[in-house]
Design a protein around this ligand. Structure first.
Ligand SMILES: [Cu+2]
Length: 760
C-alpha cells in the first residue's frame, strides 16, 4: 500500500468518525429540546368532588345492590343472563339521581349531601301477575332499604309485555326461528343455498299492532364473515309471536317471501313444491364480491401515515373520576345504560349554565315494501344506547392522544360489565379560527385565536347503526351538542316495487328510507334556576324617510316576545322556530341587557309519525323541534324504555307535559329534537359516512357576559407591525417550532373491544 492510499484511508476514517459524532450530537441535541410529556389516560373512579352525586354506579356498588335485592326481595331472582320470561330477574341498575333541590342545596348552599341511591328494575315473570317493578335502593354502598316507585313514576303498573327483550329472549327466539326453518328445507336450499350459507336474523320493533302484542318481524340475512350482514337480505321475513311466557307456546304468525305472505314455513315449502312461489336465488357471497366489506386494499409501500395532533406540553384539561375541568369549564359526565351519555352541573367559571344535558332517545322510522322495514320504528333507548357504547379506537374514533375512560354497566345479567375506553375526552384544534382580524386600516396588526375546544365523545353501535355523540366546549362560553350517524344502513330485499321507499344499492338490496330523530333534555340554569323564554326575531317596518318624507324605506326591526306558556314554547318539527330563542333571567349584564343563553338548532329532520298513528303518542317528543316546559321531578325523561314494546299505550307520553303551565320566571327545561331524513344511496355502501350526516344544537351566550370571555384566553395571538413576530415571549404561536420539535411519546395502540362479547 503506498503512502497516498494510506492518507486517503486515514481521511476516510476521520470523516466517518466525524460524521458519527455529528449524528450522535444531533440526536442528543434533539432529545434535550424535546419537552413532550407522556400522554396518559385517567382511570375510572370516584373523585372527592361534590359532583360525585351524579356519578354512575361503580361495579362495587352494583354488586352490593344485586346482593341486597337477592337477600331482601323475598323471591328467587334468576340471573337475567339465563332467565326465561317466566322467571324473576334484575333487568338493569342505574344511579338514582338526587332531587334537584337537594343536589343544589348540597352543591351551592352547604347543605347535607343527598343519599347515594340506586334504581333497580326487576322483571317479575314468576309472579301470579307478571309485571315490571322499579325500585329505589339505598343508601349505597351498603343498602338497607328498597321502595317500589313504579306507581309514583308512571301512575300505573308496568305491563309485563312492554318489557324490553333480553339477550336471552333474543337467543331463544333465534333458536325457535332456526327450528322453524327446518320446515322448508327444499325452498331454503333453492332460494338461499341454506344450510351452506350462514343466515342471521335482525329484529324489528315495535312488536305488533296494538297494546298487549309481543310479535316481532325478524328479517333474514346472509351472514358473511367479517362483513355487515344488514345489506344482504335473502327475501325471507318471519313474524314470531313470543308473547307467551311459555316458550313452547311461541308461534310463527306469518311469513313473507318476495312480496307474498304465507301462513308459516310449512305453507311456504308446500307452495314452493307446487311451483306457486316466485323464488329469486341469492348466491353465496364470495370474498371478492363482498360489497359490505370495510377491509381496505393493501397500502403501497412507503404510503405516508395520517396527520396527528398532540399536546406538546401535556394535556390542558383534567379528569377526576367523572368530573372534568378545562379552562373556565367544568362538568360531571356519565352514561345511562339505556339512554346514553348525560352531563350535569356544567359551569363556566363559577356559574352553572346547565344542570342536566342528557340524551333521551334515538328514533329511526323506516319505510319499505317489506313488512320488517315498514313496521320498524326503533327507539334505541330501549335497546341500550349506553350498553352498546363500546370501546373506542385510538386515532379513528377519537384522536390518538385523547384520554379514554371506562364505564361499568349492569343490564341483562347479575354481573357488572365493563365498556373499556368507551368515553374519550380530548382538546382539539377545530381547524378554523375562533375569531381573528387582520388590520390593514387605521393601524397594522393581527389578532386571532384558534378554535381549540374540549370534546367529550362516546359512540354507540345500535345493531347496524353507529351514532357518534359529541359534547363540545368552546372558549367563548358556547357548548355544541352534535350527533353523527355512521355504520351500516338497514335494508330490505329488492323486489322492483321498492323504489318508492329507497334506492337499490346492491343486487338484492334496497336501502330503505328512514328518519333519524334524537331527543335531548337541556335543563339550562342561567344565572340561577329562575328563567324565562324569550323569542327574538326580525321584521321590516315601513317608514317615511325622515329627510325625504315623500319616500318610504323598509327598515329591519327587532321583535321581542316573552313566551309565557308551555303551549307558546312548543315549536312543531316542521314549523318555524324564532331565529333567536333565549333562556333569560332578570339579571342584567353591564350594558343593561338581560343575561341570556341562546338555543340554536342545526337539524333537517323528517317527520317522526303522523299524529293519526296509534303509536304516535309514544314518540310525541318528536312533534317538536324544541319544547320548553316547567321543570318537574315527575317529568324526568321524555320517554321510557317501555315505550318501544307498548307504544300504543305509552307509560310516558311527552305531549302530556305540555299542559298550559306558566313558564315565566320558573325553572325550565328545553327538550330539543334533531335529526335528518336518510334516503340511502349507493355511497352509503359499505357504510354511511359522517360527512353531512351530523346534526345538533348550540347553547351560546347572549348578553350573558359583558364581552366575549375568550378575550382572556392565553391562546390568543396578537402582534403589530414592526414587532418580532418570531419571538416566543411576544407570540405563543412562535414557541411551537421549538417546543414541539420532537414527536410525542405516544401510548402503544391497544384494543380489547372484542372481549366480553356474548354473540354472535
Ligand atoms: Cu340512516
Amino acid at each position: 500500500m503506498n503512502m497516498k492510499a494510506v492518507v486517503i484511508l486515514l481521511i476516510l476514517a476521520l470523516a466517518t468518525v466525524f460524521a458519527l459524532v455529528c449524528v450522535l450530537l444531533t440526536k442528543r441535541e434533539k432529545v434535550t429540546t424535546c419537552v413532550c410529556s407522556e400522554l396518559q389516560s385517567s382511570p375510572e373512579g370516584i373523585s372527592d368532588e361534590k359532583s360525585n352525586i351524579f356519578a354512575d354506579l361503580t361495579a362495587e356498588e352494583m354488586s352490593q345492590v344485586v346482593k341486597y335485592l337477592k337477600d331482601n326481595l323475598g323471591v328467587h331472582l334468576q340471573d337475567a343472563f339465563h332467565a326465561e320470561p317466566a322467571d324473576n330477574c334484575i333487568y338493569y341498575l342505574d344511579v338514582y339521581l338526587p332531587v334537584k333541590a337537594d343536589a343544589l342545596g348540597f352543591l351551592d348552599h352547604g347543605r347535607v349531601r343527598p343519599p347515594r341511591q340506586a334504581l333497580a328494575v326487576v322483571f317479575f315473570g314468576g309472579q301470579p301477575e307478571p309485571n315490571v317493578t322499579e325500585f329505589l335502593v339505598g343508601p349505597l354502598p351498603n343498602p338497607t332499604y328498597h321502595r317500589d316507585i313504579t306507581l309514583r313514576k308512571f301512575g300505573k303498573k308496568v305491563p309485563y309485555n312492554s318489557r324490553p327483550v333480553t339477550e336471552r329472549e333474543y337467543q331463544d327466539i333465534d333458536n325457535f326461528i332456526f327450528r322453524e326453518l327446518s320446515k322448508a328445507p327444499i325452498f331454503l336450499k333453492e332460494c338461499c343455498d341454506y344450510p351452506e350459507t350462514n343466515l342471521a336474523t335482525l329484529t324489528t320493533a315495535p312488536r305488533g299492532l296494538e297494546s298487549g302484542d309481543r310479535a316481532t318481524w325478524f328479517v333474514l340475512f346472509q351472514n358473511v364473515f367479517g362483513s355487515g350482514y344488514f345489506i344482504y337480505p335473502v327475501g325471507l321475513e318471519i313474524l314470531v309471536d313470543h308473547s307467551s311466557l311459555n316458550l313452547s307456546h311461541w308461534k310463527v304468525k306469518n311469513v313473507f317471501y318476495n312480496g307474498q305472505y304465507y301462513q308459516g314455513l310449512a305453507q311456504l315449502e308446500k307452495d314452493f313444491k307446487d311451483r306457486l312461489v316466485k323464488e329469486i336465488r341469492v348466491e353465496r357471497v364470495q370474498l371478492e364480491n363482498d360489497f359490505a366489506s370495510m377491509k381496505p386494499p393493501p397500502p403501497p409501500p412507503l404510503a405516508p401515515l395520517s396527520p396527528l395532533q398532540f399536546e406538546p406540553q401535556g394535556k390542558r384539561y383534567s379528569i377526576t373520576g367523572s368530573h372534568v375541568t378545562y379552562q373556565s369549564w367544568s362538568f360531571a359526565f356519565g352514561m345511562n345504560v339505556n339512554t346514553g351519555p348525560r352531563l350535569f352541573d356544567i359551569r363556566f367559571g363559577t356559574e352553572r349554565i346547565v344542570y342536566e344535558l342528557s340524551l333521551q332517545e334515538a328514533l329511526a322510522t323506516y319505510g319499505s315494501d317489506c313488512p320488517g322495514g315498514m313496521v320498524t320504528r326503533y327507539m334505541d333507548g330501549s335497546l341500550g344506547i349506553g350498553k352498546f357504547s363500546f370501546e373506542l379506537v385510538q386515532g379513528v374514533d377519537c384522536p390518538y392522544t385523547a384520554t379514554y375512560v371506562d364505564r361499568h354497566y349492569l343490564i341483562d345479567s347479575d354481573t357488572p360489565k365493563l365498556n373499556k375506553n368507551s368515553f374519550c375526552i380530548f382538546e382539539h384544534d377545530m381547524g378554523v379560527p375562533l375569531r381573528r382580524h387582520f388590520s390593514n386600516m387605521g393601524s397594522f396588526y393581527y389578532g386571532g385565536l384558534a378554535k381549540y375546544a374540549l370534546v367529550l365523545r362516546a359512540v354507540s353501535t345500535l345493531i347496524n347503526y353507529d351514532y357518534v355523540w359529541d359534547f363540545v366546549f368552546y372558549q367563548n362560553g358556547a357548548i355544541e351538542v352534535k350527533v353523527h350517524a355512521t355504520g351500516y344502513i338497514s335494508s330490505s330485499f329488492f323486489t322492483g316495487k321498492g323504489k318508492a321507499y329507497g334506492n337499490r344499492v346492491g343486487e338484492h338490496t334496497l336501502g330503505t328510507m328512514h328518519s333519524h330523530l334524537m331527543n335531548y333534555k337541556v335543563d339550562l340554569d342561567i344565572a340561577g334556576t329562575k328563567n324565562s323564554l324569550m323569542a327574538l326575531d326580525m321584521a321590516f317596518e315601513t317608514v317615511q324617510v325622515p329627510w325625504s318624507p315623500e319616500h318610504q324605506i323598509q327598515r329591519p326591526i327587532i321583535t321581542n316576545q316573552i313566551l309565557d306558556k308551555e303551549e307558546k314554547a312548543a315549536f312543531p318539527l316542521d314549523g318555524k322556530v324564532p331565529r333567536y330563542l333565549h333562556f333569560t333571567t332578570s339579571q342584567e349584564n353591564q350594558w343593561g341587557h338581560q343575561r341570556s343563553y341562546r338555543i340554536q338548532i342545526v337539524s333537517f329532520a323528517g317527520e317522526h309519525l303522523p299524529e293519526t298513528s296509534t303509536m304516535e303518542k309514544s314518540i310525541s317528543w318528536g312533534r317538536y323541534k324544541v319544547a320548553v316546559t316547567k321543570r318537574k321531578e315527575e317529568e324526568p325523561t321524555s320517554t321510557s324504555i317501555y315505550n318501544q314494546n307498548d307504544p300504543w299505550d305509552p307509560l310516558v307520553a311527552f305531549a302530556d307535559f305540555i299542559d298550559n303551565e306558566t313558564i315565566s320566571n320558573e325553572d325550565l327545561v328545553a327538550w330539543i329534537s334533531v335529526g335528518f331524513l336518510h334516503v340511502p344511496h349507493a355511497e352509503d355502501i359499505p357504510t354511511t359516512v359522517t360527512v353531512g350526516n351530523g346534526v345538533g344544537f348550540f347553547l351560546r351566550p347572549y348578553n350573558y357576559f359583558g364581552i366575549d370571555p375568550s378575550v382572556k384566553s392565553l391562546d390568543s395571538v396578537y402582534f403589530t407591525v414592526g414587532q418580532d413576530v418570531d419571538e416566543c415571549d411576544l407570540n405563543r404561536a412562535a414557541c411551537l417550532p421549538k417546543t414541539a420539535s420532537c414527536s410525542p411519546s405516544l401510548p402503544s395502540f391497544a384494543y380489547t373491544g372484542f372481549q366480553n362479547l356474548t354473540g354472535p
